[in-house]
Write a new protein. Structure first.
Length: 358
């Protein structure tokens, strides 16, 4: 009996010591360090639930910084913010310059196991065949948002901006050279990528005359311009299709219009800066965005078209049948991608400076 009691006491003591050791060990163990990734992206361009889901499943924190134009993105990167961002979202015609300046790095394809979900056409984009430096994120168009109770009375044309006889009221134009000049060129029947001096002079004169009409409310970004149309301050604004489609579904009288002369069709890309501090985590995020249901969630949130073929099965019929998101082939045939014009593209900046100053 005494021997058994001693055994019990010794055993109990050992258990207590073991428990105390575990408790002490838990206090001494360093928590796993949270990984941080910095995403530099257009405003209102990603579902925050997509971000939070990634953070939860990958034990990471995603910090967001926003811009409203490619020009603003480049300016921020060059103004002391290098080495800050892990992923940027440039449009196609900006990627060539980023590559030539050594500002983005080649992707590690072995880490992108979901890349096969992309539609074939988006694996051979002209500026980056084979997706060596980038992945397509979304694609869409740059048209107009119009406030009217009778859209059938409005001609789907850039004349709504450039012809005083066709304007339905106060209007705004994109505050970027390629967008503003490109729309004027399309209205005049020219290519949005022309470098012919006479054609560009026509666009310059048209924009200058348009700017000086009393109904012109200024050059603005798409988000701000759309807000002015939705609030009734303006009747027309040049916008990207996603924001306008969402607004048209929420606000009576708001319509997204694709000009009959054609407009810009664009693809926004995902790329990793050359000096990104968290390259491995950036690849994890890119691969996550390539998952079909994630890509569909992004597209549905944005009301833009997805380049992810596997995601199409998760896109609702309302979106698939909306020409503002997936335009018909006859309109796509008249659209143009903006091209990187290299040194010859400086003429657009020169024209833009003249237009803004007169």
């Amino acid at each position: 009996m005494k021997k058994n009691l001693t055994f019990i006491i010794i055993t109990a003591t050992a258990v207590i010591v073991a428990v105390v050791a575990v408790i002490i060990s838990s206090f001494n163990t360093e928590p796993e360090k949270m990984r941080v990734m910095n995403l530099f992206i257009w405003s209102e361009y990603i579902d925050l639930e997509v971000i939070s889901d990634f953070e939860e499943t990958h034990n990471a924190k995603v910090r967001l910084d926003y811009y409203e134009s490619n020009e603003e993105m480049i300016a921020k990167m060059q103004a002391g913010r290098q080495g800050t961002y892990d992923i940027i979202v440039p449009s196609t015609y900006y990627l060539t310059g980023l590559i030539s300046q050594g500002l983005v790095q080649p992707l590690k394809r072995e880490l992108l196991t979901n890349i096969g979900n992309l539609a074939p056409d988006f694996r051979k984009i002209d500026v980056d065949p084979g997706n060596r430096y980038s992945l397509p994120y979304q694609w869409g168009t740059s048209g107009m948002v119009i406030l009217t109770d009778d859209i059938s009375s409005i001609t789907p044309s850039w004349s709504v901006l450039f012809d005083p006889e066709s304007e339905p009221g106060n209007f705004l134009i994109f505050d970027t050279a390629r967008d503003a000049i490109g729309s004027a060129l399309k209205y005049l029947g020219h290519s949005a990528n022309t470098i012919v001096p006479e054609e560009l002079a026509e666009a310059r004169d048209l924009l200058t005359a348009t700017k000086n009409r009393p109904t012109f409310m200024g050059f603005d970004n798409g988000v701000s311009g759309l807000a002015k149309v939705v609030s009734g301050v303006a009747s027309v604004a040049q916008v990207y299709n996603g924001e306008a489609v969402r607004a048209s579904r929420e606000t009576p009288g708001v319509h997204y219009v694709l000009p009959k002369e054609g407009c810009e069709i664009w693809v926004d890309l995902l790329a990793i800066p050359a000096d990104a501090p968290n390259v491995e985590l950036a690849h994890e995020f890119l691969n996550y965005l390539l998952e079909p249901e994630v890509a569909a969630k992004v597209a549905i949130f944005n009301s833009y078209a997805t380049p992810n073929q596997a995601a199409m099965a998760f896109i609702p019929e309302e979106d698939l049948n909306d020409p503002g998101i997936y335009p018909p082939p006859e309109l796509v045939a008249k659209m143009e991608y903006f091209k990187d014009l290299g040194a010859e593209g400086r003429i657009y900046d020169e024209i833009w400076n003249i237009v803004k100053s007169r």
